[in-house]
Design a protein around this ligand. Structure first.
Ligand code: ZN
Length: 204
């Protein structure tokens, strides 16, 4: 089983639950409709990777930087950032046919996580950024999400049990694009405008 690091603890998520379309600017950039119901999909434990890949089985990958939470005892206990890697062309074809997204979203190495920081009650107003080769590419802020982390947790657990270690990805802001081999991806997370973590991957 693949694992994640939450403070000093290693945890093995059984699944990663992802929210689609949680920021209006990203909905607009992909010409998607504002969903009536929260869009949710899963990535299995086998999707969790450690290396940022530019391609998988010759398909080009797109990055989505997302605020992520770890669940324990049915509560959000850890916060970090993740890259939801997507085969955008494959996804577009599947979407058009009304087919499931696993081939575009659940392949091996389709999600990467930073280490997670323990979540405390005084941490609020989360914001994050992605730079690629030191250029600012994506910026997200929990205040601009359509669904708050607490609403997302409630919606998921209404129909699906979350095991300890499971991760929730809260959707990407605008600015998604292709991963290019050799690029340096650097992500930074702020709580109340204080930096609480920073992490880098070099694309291969
Ligand atoms: Zn995503």
């Amino acid at each position: 089983m693949n694992s994640i690091k939450v403070a000093a603890e290693q945890m093995a998520p059984s699944k990663v639950v992802c929210v689609g379309r949680n920021y209006t600017a990203h909905i607009a950039e992909l010409n998607n409709e504002l969903p009536e119901q929260m869009v949710l999909f899963n990535k299995p434990n086998s999707a969790i990777g450690t290396q940022l890949l530019a391609t998988h089985n010759n398909d080009v990958l797109h990055y989505e930087t997302e605020l992520c939470f770890v669940v324990k005892n049915k509560r959000l206990v850890g916060i970090g950032l993740g890259l939801d890697l997507t085969k955008r062309e494959v996804q577009a074809k599947l979407k058009n046919k009304g087919l499931p997204w696993e081939r575009a979203k659940a392949f091996d190495g389709s999600v990467l996580f930073t280490p997670f920081v323990e979540l405390s009650d005084d941490m609020q107003h989360f914001s994050f950024e992605l730079t690629i080769n030191q250029q600012l590419i994506q910026q997200g802020n929990s205040d601009f999400m359509l669904h708050t982390p607490a609403q997302i947790l409630a919606e998921i657990t209404d129909f699906m049990h979350l095991e300890d270690g499971d991760v929730i990805m809260t959707g990407t802001p605008a600015g998604v694009g292709e991963v290019t081999a050799g690029s340096v991806f650097s992500v930074t997370l702020y709580a109340n405008e204080q930096c609480i973590l920073t992490h880098q991957w070099r694309a291969q």
